[in-house]
Design a binder for this molecule. Structure first.
Ligand code: NDP
Length: 338
C-alpha cells in the first residue's frame, strides 16, 4: 500500500520534501471487531485547510494536526471493497476523509457520504459536489444572505470555492467581480464562470482604488478567501450593513505571525455582518444543495474547472502548489480511475 507521509511539522511554506513516500502492508478486509469500511482511493483533494494540519498543535484548531510519520489524510472519492458498516457495502462509491494512500481502513465511517449520482465525473465529489461546493453554497446563502441586484466581490475567485460562489451570485441576480493571481485565471473568470468583471490582484498597486473602480457604490457581500491586505482594502469599500462570509484567509496560512488588519473598525461603523463558518456544521444541507446544483451542472448552466495531477507520486507537489497559486481551478490527484 503506497502512502504519502508527513515527515515533521512544517514552519513557513510547505515543501515537497516535507512529505515522503513509504509502503506498508494492509489486509483488504475490515477486522471483525470494527464497524468500519475498507476503501480503494480513487481521487484525492488538495485543500488549503490541510496546511493548518501540518503545523505543530500548539493552539486548538477546528481540525486536528497530522501525525508525523503517519499518512496524510484529506477528502477523497473512494470505492468500498469491504464493509462492516450498516450504511455501506462492497462496490459503493463514497466521499469523505480518507488517507493519502492506495487503500485505507476507515474505522469511523459515519461522516462518509454515499455517492448516488454517477452520471457526472466522479472527481467532482472532491470539489463542486463535495466539501468545497458545500462551502460555497452555505457561505454564500446562509451567511451572505444575497438579494437580487446586490454587489458581490470574491477573492481567490478561480479556485474550488470561488468559481462556484461567482456562479451562485449570478444565479441569485447579483453583480459579481472576482480577483485571481494570473492573466489566465482572470480570463477564466469572465469567459467560463460568467463574472461581470475580474482583475489580477498582483498587478494592482492600490487594492483599495482597484475595488473602488469596480464598486463605485460599494460592496454588499465580500466572500472572504484570502485575508490580510485584501480584507483591509475591502473593509474600506464595504457598504453599510454589508456581509462578509469569512471562509478562509489563505494569504496568512504560511506566516508565523498574521498581518494586522488596519481597517477592522469598519465592521462596527458600517454594521457589517462578518461571520466565520466551517462547512462541517452545515452538512445537513447537502441533499438540498445536490437538488440545486446537479441539474445546473447537467444542463451546462454551471461550469466547473479542475486541475488534475496524475498519480499519488505527484500529490505532494500538487498540494504545495495551491499555496503558490499554481492550480487553475480545483486541485485534485488521481490515484486510480476505478
Ligand atoms: P483554491 O482552489 O482557491 O486554491 C488556493 C488559491 O488561493 C490559489 O490557487 C491562489 O490563487 C490563492 N492564494 C494562494 N496563496 C495566496 C496568497 N498568499 N494571497 C492571495 N491568494 C492566494 O482553494 P479553495 O477554493 O479550496 O479554498 C479557498 C478558501 O476557502 C481558502 O481560504 C480555504 O481555507 C477556505 N475554505 C474554508 C472552508 C470552511 O469551512 N470555512 C472550507 C473550504 C475552504 P490566486 O492565483 O488567485 O492567488
Amino acid at each position: 500500500n503506497k502512502q504519502v507521509i508527513l515527515k515533521d511539522y512544517v514552519v513557513g511554506s510547505p515543501k515537497e520534501s516535507d512529505m515522503e513516500f513509504t509502503t506498508s502492508k494492509i489486509a483488504l478486509k475490515v477486522p471483525e471487531d470494527c464497524d468500519g469500511i475498507l476503501v480503494k482511493n480513487l481521487y484525492l483533494s488538495c485543500d488549503p485547510f490541510m496546511r493548518g494540519r501540518m503545523t505543530k498543535p500548539e493552539r486548538a484548531s477546528y481540525v486536528e494536526a497530522f501525525t508525523p510519520g503517519k499518512p496524510i489524510t484529506g477528502y477523497g472519492v473512494s470505492k468500498v471493497l469491504d464493509s462492516q458498516h450498516p450504511n455501506f457495502k462492497a462496490g459503493d462509491l463514497v466521499w469523505g476523509m480518507t488517507g493519502w494512500e492506495e487503500y485505507s481502513l476507515i474505522t469511523s465511517a459515519q461522516s462518509f457520504f454515499k455517492i448516488e449520482d454517477t452520471d457526472v465525473p466522479l472527481s467532482y465529489y472532491t470539489g463542486i459536489l463535495g466539501m468545497p461546493g458545500m462551502t460555497a453554497y452555505t457561505g454564500f446563502y446562509e451567511i451572505g444572505s444575497p438579494k437580487r441586484g446586490e454587489c458581490v466581490y470574491v477573492s481567490a475567485a478561480s479556485g474550488a470555492v470561488g468559481q462556484l460562489v461567482g456562479q451562485l451570485a449570478k444565479l441569485a441576480g447579483c453583480y459579481v467581480v472576482g480577483s485571481a493571481g494570473s492573466k489566465e485565471k482572470v480570463e477564466l473568470l469572465k469567459s467560463k464562470f460568467g463574472f461581470d468583471e475580474a482583475f489580477n490582484y498582483k498587478e494592482e498597486e492600490d487594492l483599495e482604488a482597484a475595488l473602488r473602480r469596480y464598486f463605485p457604490d460599494g460592496i454588499d457581500i465580500y466572500f472572504e478567501n484570502v485575508g490580510g491586505k485584501m480584507l483591509d482594502a475591502v473593509l474600506m469599500n464595504m457598504k453599510d450593513h454589508g456581509r462578509i462570509p469569512t471562509c478562509g484567509m489563505i494569504s496568512q496560512y504560511n506566516l508565523q505571525q498574521h498581518d494586522g488588519v488596519h481597517n477592522l473598525f469598519n465592521v462596527v461603523s458600517k454594521r457589517i455582518r462578518m461571520q466565520g463558518f466551517i462547512v462541517f456544521d452545515h452538512y445537513h444541507l447537502y441533499p438540498k444543495y445536490l437538488e440545486l446544483i446537479l441539474p445546473q451542472i447537467k444542463e451546462g448552466k454551471v461550469s466547473y474547472v479542475e486541475d488534475v495531477a496524475e498519480g499519488l507520486e505527484n500529490a505532494p507537489s500538487a498540494l504545495i502548489g495551491i499555496f503558490a497559486g499554481r492550480n487553475v481551478g480545483k486541485q485534485l490527484v488521481v490515484v486510480a480511475r476505478e
